[in-house]
Design a protein around this ligand. Structure first.
Ligand code: AR6
Length: 174
């Protein structure tokens, strides 16, 4: 399974894969961080599809995932998931973060995506400790790859050096 997981340092909006994952918020109306970067680079089509999803189901709950076009991005799709806000760790944060990875990958499989890139969900504005988040991210993706044989590659795209090193360490453990 480990040979299907990669880590790179960089900007997820530049990565050519079937789907990139967005660390969104439950409004699905865009924001700062990676969410802002994805909407800026992908163009207005992504927000248009988010609006249709909101009209249909009223946003996206923490831990859940929805899919839109990739618009002008090199990726075909954007899978929007909503990470938990860190409140000290006794609020189900770890389980919610694991659900983000699980549900994003299920949506990817349902849409025949074989290559998927993830940012470090919740480790920016939402304040999830990066070391804990890296363990959950790599453990969860490894588990799913053991079950979902249709996925060829999962790439962690880390924007900062600390996340890059932490994810690299976790991949080495598996
Ligand atoms: N490519 C890859 N990773 C990035 C990029 C990029 N272009 N830009 C930032 N990151 P954050 P969150 C990394 O704050 O903590 C938004 O406003 C960043 O270094 O984007 O889940 C949403 O609308 C960090 O490691 O997401 C929500 O309101 C990681 O992406 C809220 O922030 C996540 O940081 C979500 O907060």
């Amino acid at each position: 399974m480990a040979n299907k997981i990669e880590v790179i340092k960089g900007d997820i909006t530049k990565v050519t894969v079937d789907a990139i994952v967005n660390a969104a918020n439950s409004s699905l109306m865009g924001g700062g961080g990676v969410d802002g970067a994805i909407h800026r680079a992908g163009g207005p089509e992504i927000l248009e599809e988010c609006k249709m999803i909101v009209a249909r189901q009223g946003g996206c709950k923490t831990g859940e995932a929805v899919i839109t076009t990739g618009g002008r991005l090199p990726a075909k799709f954007v899978i929007h998931t909503v990470g938990p806000v860190w409140h000290g760790g006794h609020n189900g944060e770890s389980e919610k973060l694991a659900n983000c990875y699980k549900n994003a990958l299920s949506v990817a499989v349902e849409n025949n995506c074989k290559t998927i890139a993830f940012p470090n969900i919740s480790t920016g504005v939402y304040g999830f400790p990066k070391d804990k988040a890296a363990i959950i991210a790599v453990n969860t993706v490894t588990e799913v790859l053991g079950l979902e044989t249709s996925i060829d590659k999962v790439i962690f795209v880390c924007f900062d050096e600390e996340n890059y090193q932490l994810i690299k360490e976790q991949i080495a453990v598996h």
